[in-house]
Ligand binder design. Structure first.
Ligand SMILES: *[C@@H]1O[C@H](CO)[C@@H](O)[C@H](O)[C@H]1NC(C)=O
Ligand SMILES: *[C@@H]1O[C@H](CO)[C@@H](O)[C@H](O)[C@H]1NC(C)=O
Length: 210
């Protein structure tokens, strides 16, 4: 209700009181009431203006947040070493890249299962995990690389009379857009590929852009 509407209603009430023959005292009272009401209307109207301004600001904020959320890059992948049968991979007389060919998740397509490379689509902070299964009696060494830098590793030393060994590690990395992350098998070491259980994995996701 606008200020002028309220004022008009108050005036109407006042005129009705006069018409119905109120005493002189009650006329004075009505003036006082009217003044108070006018003050109140002024007060309410200014509070309404403040509230309306606040709602406008908040509406814009919600729109910004909605846009930011919608445009936020979504990056997450998980892949395992593909094999149709259980077998050893290695040993090779040079450290070699591992290509995790079986893709379980690849939101944002930042992981390439042909090359084994994860390429950061945006500058940000990413988390990676990897795990390997080493056949009893064989060494297994795995490292995660950012570009040509070794970031983190796992190593299992061969020993006789035990079952297969399992090792995993994880790392948080800050990457620029286009930087690559991948896994390597150490020189002269082995990794065991299980055709059914997928023990050897490489996963990663974007924590937040920077
Ligand atoms: C993966 O990399 C290969 C070799 O560079 C390329 O030909 C292929 O298009 C890439 N795949 C995707 C999905 O980007
Ligand atoms: C590693 O995992 C394999 C497969 O589940 C299992 O057979 C083996 O016993 C594990 N090794 C150890 C040391 O627990």
């Amino acid at each position: 209700m606008s200020k002028s509407t309220v004022t008009r209603l108050v005036l109407l009430a006042y005129i009705m009181c006069l018409t119905l023959g109120g005493s002189e005292d009650s006329v004075v009272d009505i003036y006082t009431e009217l003044k108070e009401l006018k003050y109140l209307v002024g007060e309410l109207s200014s509070r309404l203006n403040t509230a309306e301004a606040a709602v406008t600001v908040q509406r814009a904020l919600v729109e910004d947040l909605k846009k930011e959320y919608k445009e936020r890059p979504k990056v997450a992948f998980s892949a395992s070493l593909l094999s149709s049968e259980s077998k050893q991979h290695g040993p090779i007389n040079a450290e070699t890249k591992l290509v995790f060919g079986k893709v379980l998740t690849n939101i944002g397509n930042a992981y390439n299962s042909t090359t084994g490379l994860f390429t950061a689509p945006v500058r940000g902070v990413y988390y990676f995990r990897f795990s390997g299964n080493g056949y009893a009696g064989h060494d297994m060494g795995l490292s995660i690389f950012k570009g040509d830098q070794r970031m983190m590793s796992v190593y299992e030393y061969h020993s006789s009379g035990e079952s297969n060994d399992n090792a995993s590690n994880g790392v948080t990395l800050q990457l620029d857009q286009g930087e690559v992350v991948y896994m390597k098998l150490w020189i002269n070491s082995w990794v065991f590929l299980d055709g059914r259980y997928d023990y050897c994995s490489f996963s990663g996701f974007l924590l937040f852009p920077m």
